[in-house]
Design a protein around this ligand. Structure first.
Ligand code: CP
Length: 312
């Protein structure tokens, strides 16, 4: 086992004190700018990468990030652990925590399993997307905004589409920076979970900011950032067979971008051109979506460093 100085977990944005959240975003931006590399700081560490759901960006970002930082990586797919044959989460956590320094996990369900993994306090645990929250996506999103605007404070964001795990993490993270605005426009019945909406609204209010949610596309505010996400979040299905009718008005198209002529466009990817976003917007000059995807790698390195006691 590596000489780990502290066991830090990132299961929810809520787990991060303000100064750690700020430092992780800044460290990701430092990596993105090509600076602040240290010499293989994780060379004594072993990182487990457990993905029970499909992933292109997050899994690769953490695998490549761990390797670049000098760690050894063990990768587990959805059918690999004995949990599939009935071994308990608790026993799995006891065993893995005796061998791994960090476990990066995309689970199929709630964060409860991640909390069990984290409860043993011998192995850091990173939520690589759960049903409710996608905290490492929010770090990449804010890293992208910091790199583009040079600040997060005071930014105004319009989020359009389903209030999914990307939206919940973004809400919790953005609202922790002073004077930010988050305007959520979500289809009726597909809004942000009230727990996240209330938490984000309180955080924003305490810091001079504002969070609101509406279920229509009228009276859109002037913003700095327009953000959307795909309509079929990884690993989920919608009960209503006619759900596309509810989502249709929320497409990110050129008319939407025209409502804030200076705004940049973000998308967490994967994208379905012609569905939640038009090709003209996603591939247009105002889109930062692929820079945002690249920043998943930079912020993954920042998270791995932080977990193993390195620079915040
Ligand atoms: N945005 C995101 O989490 O992408 P993947 O599902 O490909 O990891």
């Amino acid at each position: 086992m590596g000489a780990v100085r502290a066991r830090r977990h990132l299961i929810s944005v809520d787990d991060l004190p303000d100064e750690d959240l700020d430092a992780l975003v800044r460290r990701g931006a430092e990596f993105a700018a090509g600076g602040a590399e240290r010499d293989r700081p994780l060379r004594e560490h072993v990182v487990g990468i457990l993905f029970r759901r499909t992933s292109t960006r997050t899994r690769t970002a953490f695998s490549a990030g761990a390797l670049r930082l000098g760690a050894q990586v063990i990768s587990y797919g959805p059918d690999d652990l004995q949990e599939n044959t009935g071994e308990s989460v608790e026993d799995t956590a006891r065993v893995l925590s005796g061998m791994l320094d960090v476990l990066v996990a995309r689970t199929a369900a709630s964060e409860a399993e991640l909390r069990v993994f984290a409860s043993q306090q011998r192995m850091s645990v990173v939520n690589a997307m759960s049903e409710a929250e996608h905290p490492t996506q929010a770090l990449a999103d804010l890293t992208t905004l910091l790199g583009h605007f040079g600040r997060i404070e005071g930014l105004r964001v319009l989020y359009v589409g389903e209030g999914n795990n990307t939206a919940s993490a973004l809400s919790l993270a953005l609202s922790r920076f002073p004077d930010t605005e988050l305007h959520l426009r979500t289809p009726e019945g597909y809004g942000l979970h009230p727990r996240y909406l209330e938490q984000a609204a309180l955080s924003a209010k305490d810091r001079g900011g504002h969070v609101e949610q509406r279920h229509d596309m009228t009276a859109l505010p002037s913003v700095d950032v327009i953000y959307t996400t795909r309509w079929q979040t990884t690993g989920t299905t919608k009960a209503d067979p006619d759900w596309r009718t509810a989502f249709a008005p929320f497409q990110a198209d050129e008319a939407l971008l025209a409502t804030s002529p200076e705004a940049v466009f973000l998308h967490d990817l994967p994208a379905h051109r012609g569905e939640e976003v038009t090709a003209a917007v996603l591939d247009g000059p105002r889109s930062l979506a692929f820079e945002q995807a690249q920043n998943k790698y930079h912020s993954a390195r920042a998270v791995l460093e932080w977990c193993t006691g390195g620079p915040r």
